[in-house]
Design a protein around this ligand. Structure first.
Ligand code: IDP
Ligand code: MG
Length: 134
């Protein structure tokens, strides 16, 4: 299978908790390659684009406040089947179902502050890499 690219974001809780190195280490141990990386602070406009599918959810205000609370660490990550592979390393959205050994399972104890974002499809990966790196 040809190499794929995905967009990975270490959220403000990961940066504040000094977990950038820990998560990068897991990505590299898996054999994926980080091809772009950048620390950045996001405004409400880009968060509303990135989480457009969640704008009407009751938790959106908390999500917006969290995502703009400090810098995030953005990465483009490359590898065979990396989109699904990273979602597996991350663990599920519902952190109560995230098993130990996954990033969310090991580090997240809250549905909103869950350490990491990863694209969920090829289309999303292309849009998100463009959004955060161009
Ligand atoms: P994903 O990050 O696993 O792709 P999405 O459904 O795209 O999950 O949700 C984006 C983000 O919104 C989650 O990572 C989490 O930070 C937050 N979120 C999702 N569902 C909930 C919820 O039910 N309560 C609080 N926050 C949520
Ligand atoms: Mg998502």
């Amino acid at each position: 299978m040809a190499d794929e690219k995905t967009y990975i974001m270490l959220k403000p809780d990961a940066v504040k908790r000094r977990l950038i190195g820990e998560v990068i280490s897991r990505i590299e141990k898996k054999g994926y390659q980080i091809t772009q990386a950048k620390l950045m602070t996001l405004d409400k406009i880009v968060i509303a684009e990135h989480y457009a599918h969640l704008l009407d959810k009751p938790f959106y205000p908390d999500l917006e406040a969290f995502m703009t609370s400090g810098p995030v660490f953005s990465m483009a990550v490359e590898g065979e089947n990396v989109i699904a592979g990273m979602r597996q390393l991350m663990g599920p959205t519902n952190i109560y179902e995230a098993l130990p050994g996954t990033i969310r399972g090991d580090y997240a104890n809250n549905m909103t502050e869950n350490i990491i974002h990863g694209s969920d499809s090829e289309e999303a990966a292309i849009i998100e890499i463009k959004r955060f790196f161009e």
